[in-house]
Design a protein around this ligand. Sequence first.
Ligand SMILES: [Zn+2]
Length: 113
Amino acid sequence: MAIATKLNKLRPLVLNRDRHVCQMCGAFREDRDPYTGHKVQLKVGYVVPPQHGGHTELGNLRTLCCACDEGFRRIPYLPRPNLSDLLKALKQSKDSDLKVLESLLCAKLTISR
Ligand SMILES: [Zn+2]
């Protein structure tokens, strides 16, 4: 099946799954765009773009407002580092960096409780 056809079939499923809310900024379809004053237009975009190996499937698609979609397209795609790369970087970190990381993690854990 062509990518465009598959994307068209998945679009309503993604929008419903995400409850018509932009997954980057939280804008809802009924909200007004602060820049244009028009109703927010929602699109379905890729988490990992096809040119970087992403597939046209539910798990790789998300709802985005036009502003976030445009912003996402303008920045170069950076893949997430894998766990072993993160652990390697942690082992090479200075004590002062680790203390900052620890305080950030503690703050995050306190907020999510
Ligand atoms: Zn947005």
